[in-house]
Design a binder for this molecule. Structure first.
Ligand SMILES: [Zn+2]
Ligand SMILES: [Zn+2]
Length: 231
């Protein structure tokens, strides 16, 4: 089957493993197992031990109930993200999604997944950064993950503060806009369980902002799946 996603990613040469160089995928199964060290059952925000990756009581404010993280942002994981975002090898997104879907499977049974019937929503990328790269890495990652898991994805969140604010420095503008979102297509997400998706989490401001916006829009439950935690 000719996949639209493959046409969109425009990959020409066969991908090679970023770690050992074997052809086939951006990260081969052996290197993925050996080099992507699971983040484990910890609170995504403070790192404290927390059963099944539930957000711990002290980090709960505006946070998703569960945030499942695949690994730490270092070594091979960091390299894979950089290859995906900055070197134009968009097919690496498929390897990110594969690891993330394994992480999801580590924390939820198939029966739980079926019952939750998540809607995958990507956390919006700042348009200025998107323009630099020529593609929306978050949206594409959500599509790869949707293909891996069979869960539907919709681009339901938009980022506020994208319009040019005269007089403010770029870094100030970015800070002002951080964590401020609006909902598109609210009728599609009302009453649904949401799985927010992103490649990296740093301070969690974007994650909390997106969660708050989704809750205000009447979603039932918000969880998140992130590839790497920047320590
Ligand atoms: Zn390899
Ligand atoms: Zn915590």
């Amino acid at each position: 089957m000719v996949n639209l996603l493959e046409a969109v990613i425009g990959w020409v040469a066969p991908p090679q493993c970023i770690s050992c160089g074997v052809e086939g995928t951006a990260l081969c199964a052996a290197c993925s197992t050996a080099e992507i060290i699971p983040y484990g059952e910890r609170c995504w925000s403070c790192g404290a031990a927390s059963q099944l990756g539930r957000t711990c009581p002290s980090c709960r404010k505006s946070a998703p109930r569960y945030v499942w993280i695949s690994t730490s942002y270092e070594d091979t994981a960091k390299k894979l993200i950089n290859v995906y975002k900055f070197s134009g090898r968009r097919v690496a997104g498929s390897s990110l999604a594969q690891v993330m879907s394994q992480t999801l499977g580590d924390f939820l049974t198939q029966a739980e997944l079926t019952k939750l019937n998540y809607l995958i929503i990507p956390i919006p990328t700042a348009t200025s950064r998107q323009r630099q790269r020529g593609f929306d890495h978050g949206k594409l990652l959500a599509k790869f993950l949707s293909r891996q898991t069979g869960l539907k994805t919709i681009d339901a969140l938009g980022r506020l503060g994208q319009t040019r604010q005269l007089g403010a420095r770029r870094d100030v503008r970015l800070k002002q806009a951080e964590g401020k979102y609006y909902v598109r297509l609210p009728y599609l997400i009302k009453g649904r369980n949401i799985l927010l998706v992103d490649d990296v989490v740093t301070t969690g401001a974007t994650l909390r902002g997106a969660t708050k916006t989704l809750r205000q829009a009447g979603t039932r439950r918000v969880d998140a799946l992130i590839f790497a935690k920047r320590l």
